[in-house]
Design a protein around this ligand. Structure first.
Ligand code: C2G
Length: 131
């Protein structure tokens, strides 16, 4: 069984997120998503609209996702890959090269981001509507 893992906040879930989850799952048989905890989001300088529990619930409802685990730190990826017997690590190419250190543990694939959508874009456009 080929296992894939990807990481992210996945706030205000949108079709760009679904695109990468769909493509990540298509690379193997089992997809693990490590979703950023609220505390880790603070470290990333992100404030998610939905809290960790709700973002986890939403991701677990997606047909492409087989397992959701928490992401607490930048440097848990090697142990995640080893502990979960992961074969492929996938991220959007806005992270191109950032996680190449994982190449000695698993395959590392950066997939093109989906253009035209982002959580930030959603928030900004909703602000305009409100005002
Ligand atoms: N993504 C995408 N296309 C978009 C928006 C996001 O392909 N239009 C991808 C990102 O490249 C990332 C994933 O969706 O691979 C999740 O995006 P975020 O929730 O913004 O995750 P991020 O804050 O980049 O966290 O340790 C890694 C970090 O946790 C990544």
């Amino acid at each position: 069984m080929k296992k894939v893992i990807t990481y992210g906040t996945f706030d205000l879930l949108h079709w760009g997120h679904i695109n990468i989850l769909k493509r990540a799952k298509a690379l193997g048989d089992y997809l693990i998503v490590a979703i950023s905890s609220d505390q880790f989001n603070e470290i990333k300088g992100k404030k998610a609209y939905h809290n960790y529990e709700h973002r986890k619930m939403i991701l677990e409802a997606i047909r492409y996702v087989d397992e959701v685990i928490p992401e607490h730190t930048w440097d848990q990826k090697v142990q995640d890959v080893n502990n979960h017997d992961v074969d492929i690590f996938v991220m959007g190419d806005d992270w191109e090269g950032e996680f190449d250190f994982l190449k000695e543990h698993c395959e590392v694939i950066y997939l093109p981001r989906t253009e035209g959508i982002s959580t930030t874009k959603i928030k900004e456009e909703l602000m305009l509507v409100k005002n």
